[in-house]
Design a protein around this ligand. Structure first.
Ligand code: CP
Ligand code: NVA
Length: 334
């Protein structure tokens, strides 16, 4: 049956069936080829897109901006400082106003409930650009990148996630990979395991697709023979500053370094990270952590981040192609 996503929102990966995710990935690849060939059609001419960012962003913001511009759409950037959002106007009323003016709305913020309110009351497609709980547009780019660096078929592909698996990026990644029938291995301390409902949903998706999801504290079994190793920051946007000490204590053993890459036993294992990454002392936060805890790097060493195994900048570029495909698919039905 032909997939048609017109009018649909993407708040979490489970909103899309496996065939719908594959449809977006296929369209992303087509759009990437078109752009490279300088032969892109402007499918979103005359459309207006609202971009709400209550948390900071480089990739997601720029990906939406460039994707919209490439396709002829106009964007408006909105945050809580220059608008009534949150302070004088509820998300429900904001949604009803924006829905009258815009064809689609991107939202990045804290509570997942906010993006649900937007989708419920705006009447237009809403795309979750990251909430505390989910980061589905990241997961689309992750799948696209793994397809590009593998055979193209994700079924059975082995993915290890090390680090804070309780967060938004991991929740969407594990669900997306499970939905594609991948062999997903999470290695994390118990305090950072995926939430029970996210885990149950991913296990069910994996069972339906012939894949597998395992969650354990051990690193060796998780990374053995794997095709991809993925990690994310140890403290996420919006989490309290005071949590750093505890997370460093918990997650230091899960740093992706040369010995973790060697423990895969697979010289072709690739390294993934949603970015931004703390891999050196070139950031204010990195230097502060170095002074307080003596770490030169956190979730990934500079050596691995800058190695031939690292495909993080392909991943970053693919944010744009997948977001473009998502907007086109949900706005036009292509
Ligand atoms: N990966 C990601 O979402 O990056 P930004 O926070 O820069 O948007
Ligand atoms: N888990 C991270 C992802 C950043 C893209 C965060 O929420 O800060």
């Amino acid at each position: 049956m032909r997939v048609n996503l017109q009018g649909r929102s993407l708040l979490r990966i489970g909103d899309f069936a496996p065939a719908e995710i594959l449809h977006v990935l296929d369209l992303s690849e087509r759009l990437k080829r078109e752009k490279r060939a300088g032969a892109e059609d402007r499918r979103l001419e005359g459309r207006n897109i609202a971009l709400i960012f209550e948390k900071s962003s480089t990739r997601t913001r720029c990906a939406f901006e460039v994707a919209a511009a490439d396709q002829g759409a106009h964007t408006t950037n909105i945050d809580s400082s220059g608008t009534h959002l949150g302070a004088k106007e509820s998300m429900r009323d904001t949604a009803r106003v924006l829905g009258r003016l815009y064809d689609g709305i991107e939202y990045r913020g804290h509570a997942h409930r906010s993006v649900q309110e937007l989708a419920l009351h705006s009447g237009v497609p809403v795309w979750n650009g990251l909430t505390d709980e989910h980061h589905p547009t990241q997961a689309l780019a992750d799948l696209m990148t793994m397809r590009e660096h593998g055979s193209g078929d994700l079924a059975g592909v082995r993915l290890a996630f090390l680090g804070d698996a309780s967060n938004n990026t991991a929740a969407s990644l594990v669900m997306a990979a499970a939905t594609m029938g991948m062999d997903v291995r999470v290695a994390a301390p118990r305090a950072c395991w995926p939430g029970p409902s996210n885990r149950a949903e991913a296990e069910a998706a994996a069972a339906a697709a012939g894949g597998r999801v395992s969650v354990d504290e051990g690193i060796a079994d998780a990374v053995a023979g794997c095709d991809f190793v993925y990690t994310d920051v140890w403290v996420s946007l919006g989490e309290p500053e005071k949590i750093w000490a505890e997370r460093i204590e918990q997650l230091r053993p899960y740093q992706v370094n040369r010995s973790v890459m060697a423990a895969t036993g697979n010289p072709r294992t690739r390294f993934l990270h949603c970015l931004p990454a703390f891999h050196d002392l070139e950031t204010a936060v990195g230097r502060d952590i170095h002074e307080r805890f003596g770490l030169d790097a956190m979730e990934v060493t500079d050596e691995v981040f800058d190695s031939d195994a690292s495909i993080v900048f392909d991943q970053a570029e693919n944010r744009m192609h997948t977001i473009k495909a998502l907007m086109i698919a949900t706005l036009t039905g292509e």
